[in-house]
Design a protein around this ligand. Structure first.
Ligand SMILES: [Zn+2]
Length: 681
């Protein structure tokens, strides 16, 4: 009896040992993942998708060693909502982000970053445009979110609301090189987005085809990024490249994207390669952006969250259905568009709905809605089912500075669209108006407001109630210095915080400070979450000498938008005026962490250095400002003070004489003249 028991124990021990050996076999390390999203990249402009060789050699080489998913579609032709889908696996009705600049990704859905971060991955994101700033919610889960894009709000420099691919990839490369374990790096490259302006030598090589030049440039910039990732992760690396949407390039009359939901702006490349990915295969689609998260999680050996619509593109069931939408036309007062695909059939729901059969009409040129009513009805019911669980729109942070930057990127950002009017125009019918508005926006973004104004006036004559037209016209009138007219145009604004704020800016420019404060108070009451409203209130209160009120407003602005350089320097200036030196210094440094050469911040730090007796440090700071902007008269005057304090009156005199010869306000010149006299010259 005891022998039997012993035998059983022995068997049990043996089994346990076997099991131990089984589980202790070295398991492969979790793969590192590089997710690359190239903005505005049409699938058919990539070599691996039939564009021909020579344009995208890096992507084509990646495709040759991995899988090319054909017939891949984004859910929405807009940057922020599409990235929300890529990163969360949720379709727009379920993540609630429908447009750029007006929505925030909600705080609870798991994303690629939160899921991999929870498994010990290092997580870093490197984005190329303001539309993906952390304010809009996609930073959650990323330990590092590099969105330090210098923002300017006037003139040609607004275009700097994006940064070149090389800047983004070099930040990503430095971060990747510092990793010691598995990592997720999301790299977003904005260059192919309009305006098309490839750098040399791509500008010359693609003369007359600047969009393709931008694509070729981005492709070239990927090579060092992929090399660094391979060096760090070895054969435990997965790379996935896709786009957030395509570009119309004139298809269906749409030059850019966002306005329609045809394949021209929704078909995207989807290439993946590396650990666990078959080599040199083409997969027939259809595939969706929502399939990216389940596919990457499967490669990392992680089960996706329950209830997601997407599937693992390598081993899961082949998707047959796809949702798409754009609510962008609604921003302009027109009807939104939604689409549903089942197999080769695509329904576009609009005031005049359309039905296409991609099997013999991939360009969606032959509307079959009238011919095939039963199939159209079936797709319409399926579309309604997707929307059944639609979530409330997430709170929107749009304000005039956001709007200004987005306008520079070619978008009209407005208040969150309300209910659709029953008689809202079908975007197909509004296309000519949209094309003219786009022309005006581009002219305004170039600084050519004189060209924009007559176009906008004509548009407003056709749709006198169109708030998007009114605000664009008001902005261009301000650009021409016609501030009073600009304010009057928005005088009847009801209910829209951004319009009240824009009115306040116009009133300030017209010198009506008290009325501007009242207008801004209304904006703040309507939406207390707009950083530029608080920033502007601070500026106005400071002009009135009310520094405590000003400081409170700047505090709120930087709390709402920690990347806002101007709000940091304004806050620092207020603190300095109040004699709170060390806090002022900290605030200037907050500005230079985002924009290292920001003139106002360096000038402010220089003033503090002079006051603290560190004249040599001050001289260096003022010279840095002047190296970039020799016409900065205030910095030059400060430089003269620092030189004099350092016992170099001759050096001071040279600077003061230069101020008197150059541009600059009469106030600065008066002070320079007095200073020269005091120095004995
Ligand atoms: Zn985009």
């Amino acid at each position: 009896m005891s022998a039997r028991r012993i035998a059983i124990v022995a068997v049990a021990v043996g089994a346990a040992v076997l099991a131990w050996w089984f589980f202790a076999r070295p398991r492969p390390a979790p793969p590192s993942i590089v997710l690359i999203t190239i903005d505005t990249l049409r699938a058919d402009r990539v070599g691996a998708y039939g564009a021909g060789p020579g344009r995208t050699p890096t992507l084509d080489a990646l495709a040759a060693e991995g899988v090319v998913v054909e017939d891949a579609w984004a859910s929405v032709p807009l940057t922020l909502p599409s990235h929300a889908t890529i990163l969360s696996g949720l379709e727009p009705p379920h993540h609630g982000v429908h447009d750029n600049g007006t929505y925030v990704f909600p705080p609870e859905p798991p994303t690629l970053a939160t899921l991999l971060g929870a498994r010990g991955y290092a997580t870093g994101a490197f984005v190329g445009a303001y539309v993906l700033d952390r304010r809009f919610g996609l930073a959650r889960g990323f330990a590092q979110y590099d969105d330090a894009i210098e923002r300017r709000t006037s003139g040609a420099s607004v275009l700097e609301s994006e940064r070149r691919a090389e800047t983004v990839t070099s930040a990503a490369v430095s971060w990747i090189k510092a990793q010691t374990g598995p990592f997720l790096a999301w790299v977003h490259l904005y260059d192919p987005h309009a305006p098309y302006d490839p750098p040399s030598p791509f500008r010359e090589r693609f003369e007359g085809r600047p969009y393709e030049g931008e694509i070729a440039y981005v492709d070239a910039s990927l090579a060092p990024l992929l090399a660094a990732a391979r060096e760090r992760a070895g054969d435990r690396l997965v790379v996935l490249v896709t786009a957030d949407h395509g570009e119309g390039l004139g298809d269906h009359g749409e030059r850019t994207h966002g306005f329609f939901v045809y394949g021209a702006t929704l078909r995207v490349p989807l290439i993946l390669a590396g650990a666990g990915v078959p080599r040199a295969e083409k997969r027939a689609g259809p595939a969706r952006s929502a399939d990216i998260l389940p596919t990457l999680l499967a490669l990392a050996g992680i089960a996706p969250p329950a209830g997601l619509p997407g599937s693992d593109l390598l081993r899961g069931p082949r998707p047959r259905e796809a949702y798409a939408e754009t609510l962008y036309p609604q921003t302009l007062g027109w009807a939104p568009l939604r689409a549903f695909r089942s197999g080769s059939l695509r329904l576009i729901e609009a005031p005049r709905p359309e039905l296409y059969d991609l099997s013999d009409d991939p360009g969606e040129t032959r509307d079959r809605f009238a011919e095939r009513p039963q199939e159209a009805e079936r797709l319409r019911a399926a579309l309604a089912a997707v929307r059944a669980g639609e979530r409330e729109a997430a709170a929107g942070p749009a304000d005039a500075a956001t709007t200004e930057r987005l306008r520079a990127l070619g978008y009209v950002a407005g208040a969150m669209p309300g209910a659709v009017a029953a008689d809202a125009k079908d975007p197909k019918d509004a296309l000519p108006l949209w094309q003219r508005l786009e022309e005006a926006n581009w002219a305004a973004a170039r600084g050519d407001h004189a060209a924009a104004v007559p176009v906008l006036r004509a548009l407003l004559a056709e749709e006198p109630g169109n708030v998007a037209f009114k605000r664009a016209l008001s902005a261009s009138l301000r650009g021409l210095g016609r501030a009073r007219e600009a304010a009057e145009l928005l005088g009847s604004a009801d209910g829209d915080a951004t319009a009240w704020h824009e009115r306040a800016l116009a009133l300030t420019e017209a010198g009506q400070i008290d009325e501007a404060i009242r207008s801004e108070d209304r904006a703040r009451a309507l939406n207390p979450l707009l950083p530029e409203v608080h920033n502007h209130i601070g500026v106005l209160q400071a002009r009135k000498g009310r520094l405590i009120e000003a400081l409170g407003a700047f505090d709120e602005a930087v709390r709402l938008d920690p990347n806002n350089v101007r709000a940091h320097t304004n806050r620092a200036n207020a603190l300095r005026s109040m004699g709170r030196v060390s806090e002022a210094r900290e605030a200037y440094l907050s500005a230079t962490r985002i924009a290292p050469e920001d003139a106002d911040a360096l000038n402010g730090l220089g003033v503090l250095a002079v006051q603290g007796g560190a004249t040599d440090e001050a001289v260096q700071l003022f010279r840095r400002v002047l190296a970039r902007d020799p016409s900065h008269a205030e910095a030059r005057l400060n430089l003269a003070v620092a030189e004099a304090r350092a016992g170099r009156p001759d050096a001071a005199r040279i600077e003061l004489e230069q101020i008197l010869r150059g541009p600059g306000s009469s106030d600065v010149k008066d002070r320079a003249r007095r200073f020269l006299r005091d120095l004995g010259y």
